[in-house]
Design a protein. Structure first.
Length: 213
């Protein structure tokens, strides 16, 4: 089995992105499964094109996209991606789509096919703050999650996939007083748990949970 896990480049004047820092800290094998790690461009359209090529090349069974949710206190396991780009700031190539559909022929929304409730349970059991989130935003994070699930629906039927948001890491909050963060080592451990949970739970559990941030 192969698991493709992606982070993003730093954006919005940040020097680092916790998603890429955590992804690159993962081992190359978890539970006997090969872990393919890649850092996507923080760009509309291009990020999906790159992801499509990666899925075609590596043929993973599971795809997990990771991004940054600055100011979050916990790890947000995203439930749903919506078919809209509405960027509050330009991406890393200066693109700033406003109220634009991602795919004209796509559904209004797609749900994650990862075991989101099981992932949250497994993280919390290891004392890592986590919750199910019902909004991935309308920036590049939602864009790539929607793109992944659109590709799954129309091209790669056998993959399971979804999106996870991480808080800032310590070095990002030096000039942001009273801002939440998480240690990078904790994030790396969290990603290991997320991968293990995704491998071990083909079907999700039923449990209470879910927030809109």
């Amino acid at each position: 089995m192969r698991v493709l896990i992606t982070g993003f480049e730093a954006f919005d004047r940040e020097r680092v992105n916790p998603a890429s820092e955590a992804v690159l800290g993962l081992e190359d094998e978890i539970l006997g499964c090969e872990i393919i790690k890649y850092i996507l461009p923080t760009e509309f359209r291009k990020s999906i094109k790159v992801l499509d090529k990666l899925i075609k090349k590596y043929e993973p069974e599971i795809v997990v996209n990771i991004g940054q949710a600055g100011g979050s206190y916990d790890i947000r396991v995203e439930r749903i991606a919506i078919n809209i780009d509405d960027a509050r700031i330009p991406d890393n190539n200066g693109n700033q789509p406003i109220d634009e559909r991602i795919y004209e022929d796509g559904e209004n929304a797609y749900f994650s096919t990862l075991p989101i409730k099981a992932i949250v349970r497994d993280l919390v059991e290891e004392n890592i703050p986590a919750s199910v989130s019902n909004s991935a935003g309308t920036y590049v994070c939602n864009h790539i999650m929607y793109g992944l699930l659109y590709l799954r629906e129309n091209k790669y039927k056998n993959i399971r996939g979804g999106f996870i948001h991480l808080p800032y890491i310590r070095e990002q909050i030096i000039d942001k007083p009273n801002t939440a963060y998480m240690e990078k080592s904790t994030m790396i451990r969290a990603l290991e748990i997320i991968v293990k949970s995704s491998i071990e739970n083909e079907k999700d559990i039923k449990a209470i949970g879910g927030k809109i941030f």
